[in-house]
Design a binder for this molecule. Structure first.
Ligand code: ADP
Ligand code: MG
Length: 363
């Protein structure tokens, strides 16, 4: 139902160009839940906003975003308006900022129904009560203002708003990041059950792989604007092939500890400045398993032993995969041991060949 082809988003700012999303291709089937993971700044929200053309004016977008076969990027404005809410809707991270403080929440949930002509005022009141009930809030809450609700209740209201026009696709951008861990579990369970009951497709964005693995069948891990690994959740979470995904999987952020969000445990350094990206694999300066060729190699998503599971790392390059022991260097990137034996990737001029480990005998 949704297909991104080579989606690229660049912000133009006074200091230059910020390549926030760089050539992302992903597909989502009806009824499927896809999780998008990655550190802060990896381009997840930019991607989410691009899906419904919600980006600011200074963003230049290229590629294709096919929603039920129609390209969102070239849709006329009237059609786009109908598609927002009615075909796809977004739950943003900060419910407090997304809700209007001077309108009762019931009126805000009813607004898209009325704007899209999907209900009369009387019907919309009934529908709002029903929606509130579905997200676990009593109908009288519709008369409240957002400041009268807790964080978890506000996030439930956001979900009710997203469901109001019965879209087939929900995009949830860090819907539980601002919540404490108990409420987070409740909201995730709510999203999961609504998606299953209504047969909706879901794109769930989070920096927390464990949240995604619990909600989504498939995961895509983003780093510096690119997808670096995709595959079934169990495979990406339990048998990550990209050293970055492995580090992310190992980093269970502590609630209330902002440091663990910015720099996952076991991984030093900061994400690269998008205006000054490293050459070759963007992750190589922080990669515990980096090989000399990583600073020049042109990495792309290569299939692992499971063709549904792909990773953009020279360690899973088709020519090297059969030579790697199971799990490759991603198995224990922090061990400091010798890099796995593998066929060197073609050398760029200037890269000293002697620094590459060459197997004397093929295993
Ligand atoms: P994430 O959601 O993964 O944290 P974002 O999509 O918010 O990442 O940001 C990706 C990159 O784009 C970051 O480097 C960020 O600084 C930059 N960026 C986001 N929004 C804007 C904007 N409106 N103008 C310029 N740069 C932006
Ligand atoms: Mg974000």
């Amino acid at each position: 139902m949704l297909e991104l082809r080579d989606l690229t988003v660049t912000y133009r700012i006074a200091a230059g160009e910020v390549p926030a999303v760089r050539g992302v291709s992903l597909a989502l089937a009806r009824g499927e839940a896809l999780g998008i993971a990655g550190e802060s700044g990896s381009g997840k929200s930019t991607l989410a906003m691009a899906l419904l053309r919600l980006l600011p004016r200074d963003a230049r977008v290229s590629g294709e975003i096919l929603l039920d076969g129609e390209d969102v990027l070239t849709m006329p404005w009237g059609r786009l308006r109908a598609v927002r809410w009615a075909s796809a809707s977004i739950v943003f991270q900060g419910a407090h900022h997304a809700l209007n403080p001077v309108h009762r929440i019931g009126d805000q949930i009813a607004e898209p129904l009325l704007v899209h002509g999907l209900a009369s005022p009387a019907e919309s009141r009934r529908k709002v009560a029903e929606l509130l009930e579905q997200v676990g809030l009593p109908a009288w809450r519709g008369r409240s203002y957002s400041h009268e609700l807790s964080g978890g209740q506000r996030q439930r209201v956001m979900i009710a708003m997203a469901l109001a026009c019965e879209p087939h696709l929900i995009v949830a951008d860090e819907p539980t990041t601002a919540l404490d861990v108990m409420i987070q579990a409740q909201v995730l369970e709510l999203i999961r059950s609504l998606i299953a009951r209504r047969g909706l497709s879901l794109i769930m964005i989070s920096h927390d792989l464990s949240v995604l693995a619990a909600t989504c069948e498939r995961l895509a891990v983003m780093y510096a604007g690119r997808v670096v690994e995709t595959g079934p959740s169990g495979a990406v979470f339990g048998d990550a092939r990209h050293p970055y995904s492995r580090a992310l999987a190992d980093a269970f952020p502590l609630v209330g500890d902002p440091a663990s969000r910015r720099a996952p445990r076991g991984l030093g350094g900061d994400p690269p400045d998008p205006m000054d990206l490293p050459s070759g694999c963007s992750f190589h300066p922080r990669c515990p398993a980096a090989l000399p060729e990583c600073s020049t190699a042109a990495v792309e998503l290569w299939p692992t032993t499971d063709p549904r599971h792909t990773a953009a790392c020279v360690l899973v390059h088709p020519e090297t995969t059969p030579r790697l022991p199971h799990g490759g260097a991603a198995e224990d990137p922090g061990s400091g041991g010798a890099p796995p034996q593998q066929e060197p990737a073609p050398h760029a001029p200037g890269t000293p060949a002697s620094t590459t480990v060459r197997p004397e005998v093929a295993p």
